[in-house]
Design a protein around this ligand. Structure first.
Ligand code: FEO
Length: 179
């Protein structure tokens, strides 16, 4: 059975992962408006991945007899000045999520909840390294291009190749460990 403090913390993180999906959808929509469909596709793929993160918390809470408490999802920003600023917002958000995951690790240690720690949070600690890396690399690549619009357009096309994850992998991500 899941403890109340962990249940509350995981319900908050479930909300934060859904907010992340909202943020990536918002950035994706903004890129569509800029006719940078490759970056938009990448952001939408990331939004679906965030939903799979939310489902990891959802499934874990229910598997351990807990209660899902869905909360209001904050409204994200909807406009950015430049592609660099938009990817910068994604990187900044991933750093916040890493801190939240680290706080949950501390809580699980205090509560001596190994199921939470090893069964769920270890995966997220590793995942956040990847999440920060991919958004930071995008920021650095865009920075490198400076004001070269043609190069930016080509990079945008490269980003279009990121595949969307399947619905089954969103709903049951633990069965697809690379999601
Ligand atoms: Fe769910 Fe991008 O962290």
């Amino acid at each position: 059975m899941i403890g109340k403090k962990i249940e509350d913390g995981f319900n908050k993180q479930l909300n934060a992962e859904l907010y992340a999906a909202y943020l990536y959808f918002a950035i994706g929509a903004w890129f569509e408006e800029q006719n940078l469909e490759g970056f938009a596709a990448w952001m939408k793929a990331q939004a679906f991945e965030e939903m799979s993160h939310a489902m990891r918390f959802y499934n874990h809470i229910l598997e351990r007899g807990g209660k899902i408490e869905l909360m209001t999802i904050d409204k994200p920003e909807v406009t950015w000045k430049t592609p660099l600023e938009a990817f910068g917002a994604a990187y900044e958000h991933e750093q916040k999520v890493t801190k939240m995951i680290n706080d949950l690790v501390d809580l699980a240690r205090e509560e001596r909840d190994n199921a939470a720690l090893i069964g769920l949070l270890h995966w997220f600690v590793a995942e956040q390294i990847e999440e920060e890396e991919q958004t930071l690399k995008a920021v650095q690549k865009i920075e490198m291009l400076g004001s070269d619009k043609q190069a930016l357009y080509i990079l945008n096309q490269e980003f279009a190749t990121r595949p969307l994850i399947a619905t089954a992998a969103i709903l049951n991500p633990a069965a697809t460990p690379d999601e």
